[in-house]
Ligand binder design. Structure first.
Ligand SMILES: [Mg+2]
Length: 178
């Protein structure tokens, strides 16, 4: 944990899956040109920022392990997302991604059961170590059962988003912060 954060009181964290929650998931998105925000997603990030929550992305990126694109490409895309959010007055506090896959042709990315890869909870557990997070007050939004399983195994409440407008969805579920 960064020294400057260690003395801060715990805050709730909004954990967000990326593909299918923040951006449209049309399979292995890694170029900004192909990136389309989910309606309402930027507004949700801004709303949780304003309410004092940490906002943390936890995303499986087996496209790296499969050799479709590099970690540099993932990081570059996340930098573009951050830039674009900044222009909406919003920010993501941290991006965690899992590049591994059991069948990765690249040995460095091959693991029979990658601890970081959802449904394993490794990325969330890492974030819980890195940031002063109030686990019981936190929330994960995912679009797949594997997201919710990872949340459950990390002791975080998870909700399934099945598409549409993310802000409206959270408003309907009474999950938007005041
Ligand atoms: Mg997803």
């Amino acid at each position: 944990m960064p020294e400057s954060l260690s003395s801060h009181p715990p805050r709730p964290a909004l954990f967000l899956d990326r593909d299918g929650v923040l951006n449209e998931d049309h399979g292995y998105v890694y170029r900004w040109e192909d990136f389309r925000w989910i309606p309402g997603a930027r507004e949700v990030v801004a709303a949780f920022n304003r309410a004092g929550w940490l906002v943390i992305v936890v995303t499986n990126q087996s496209g790296v392990g499969r050799g479709f694109y590099s970690e540099d490409a993932v990081n570059a895309l996340h930098a573009r997302m951050a830039e674009d959010l900044a222009s909406s007055g919003a920010h993501i506090d941290a991006f965690y991604y899992a590049p591994h896959h059991p069948d990765a042709p690249v040995e460095a990315y091959r693991h029979p059961d990658p601890p970081l890869r959802k449904p394993n909870p490794g990325m969330i557990l890492q974030a819980l170590q890195d940031w002063p997070i109030d686990r019981d007050a936190s929330l994960l939004i995912g679009d797949k059962p594997s997201d919710l399983e990872a949340a459950l195994r990390a002791g975080i409440k998870g909700v399934l988003f099945e598409g549409g407008d993310l802000r409206q969805f959270l408003a309907d579920e009474a999950l938007l912060p005041q």
